[in-house]
Design a protein around this ligand. Structure first.
Ligand code: PEP
Ligand code: MG
Length: 299
């Protein structure tokens, strides 16, 4: 029976109505990739966590080696390397940043590298090198404008064969104008943690407002729906919402192609999707609901 469960975990998640939803794993340490069962790859490698213990910047070779170790734990499956997502609640010891009164609204993610691009350039060199060995996706965090996409693609330079390039959608403006951001991209991945923070104006680290920061708030789901309809490329979700099996069904019903969850949730999300008939989810009612509780009640 255990063997049966292990075999089933490795199968793709296909819903009752025949939709295949890729379920991948979020990786902050190599252990996450080693511990997971049944992941279809990694939909998010948080590089600022992978190297977060270091006091000095990793070399290109050290980064290639770390990406190789993550990939080796998920043999034959793609890994999605997110470029340094520094700032906000995530300082990087080897990237000096000025004090900011509102760091979540400041030089976060891709923004932090416009004035000091060297670290990003090294990372993109490591991405190009590992992409010659294994299936790799690269994505840029905290993108707001088409100009930032153009700048990031310029920094990446010529793309090796097989390297897929995307951005995270976690700023409301990027969600609303997603169609203008994607002409030169292969995919987008919605970061529901930050998207929820910015849509509901609730600091994601402040427990006093945690109840307002509900990823199933219909205001967040309306943006997810808008992104799916307008992106023109495959859409993933790699925020924590994708780790919740109930929410995973709603995201799949809204047309999200790929979910990336924390390691222990991957088999549970897959199992819930296999039981789900997406035709029975009233997405119009979900999007028109008054709050997240009403969305949960609809399931
Ligand atoms: C997100 O914002 O949803 C996300 C996946 O990125 P992080 O949690 O690392 O900011
Ligand atoms: Mg984020």
């Amino acid at each position: 029976e255990q063997e049966q469960a292990a075999i089933e975990a490795e199968l793709p998640a296909v819903t009752v109505d025949g939709r295949t939803v890729a379920v991948l794993v979020n990786v902050g340490t190599v252990h996450d990739a080693l511990a997971v069962r049944g992941a279809d790859g990694s939909g998010l490698v948080r590089t600022e966590l992978l190297f977060g213990e270091r006091r000095t910047a990793p070399t290109v070779a050290e980064q290639v080696e770390a990406f190789r170790a993550v990939a080796a734990a998920l043999p034959g499956k793609p890994i999605t390397i997110r470029t340094w997502d520094v700032g906000g609640d995530k300082p990087l010891p080897f990237l000096p940043q000025d004090h900011e009164d509102n760091p979540f609204l400041g030089e976060r993610g891709l923004r932090a590298f416009r004035r000091q691009p060297e670290l990003l350039r090294d990372q993109l060199e490591a991405v190009r090198q590992i992409a010659a060995e294994i299936p790799v996706h690269v994505m840029f965090p905290m993108v707001t404008t088409a100009d930032e996409v153009a700048w990031a693609l310029d920094e990446l330079g010529p793309r090796p064969d097989g390297l897929k390039v995307g951005i995270m959608i976690e700023v409301p403006a990027a969600a609303l104008r997603v169609a203008t951001l994607t002409p030169d991209l292969d995919f987008v991945s919605i970061g529901t943690n930050d998207l929820t923070q910015y849509v509901t104006a609730t600091d994601r680290t402040n427990p006093a407002v945690a109840a307002l920061a509900d990823g199933l708030d219909p205001a967040v789901l309306q943006l997810v729906d808008h992104v799916v309809r307008n992106a023109g490329v495959p859409v993933g979700v790699c925020g924590d919402l994708a780790s919740n099996p109930q929410a995973a069904v709603i995201l799949a019903a809204l047309g999200v192609h790929e979910l990336s969850a924390i390691a222990p949730q991957v088999p549970l999300v897959k199992a819930r999707l296999r039981e789900a008939d997406l035709r029975l989810i009233d997405t119009a009612a979900v999007l028109a609901a008054r709050d997240g509780d009403q969305v949960r009640g609809l399931l």
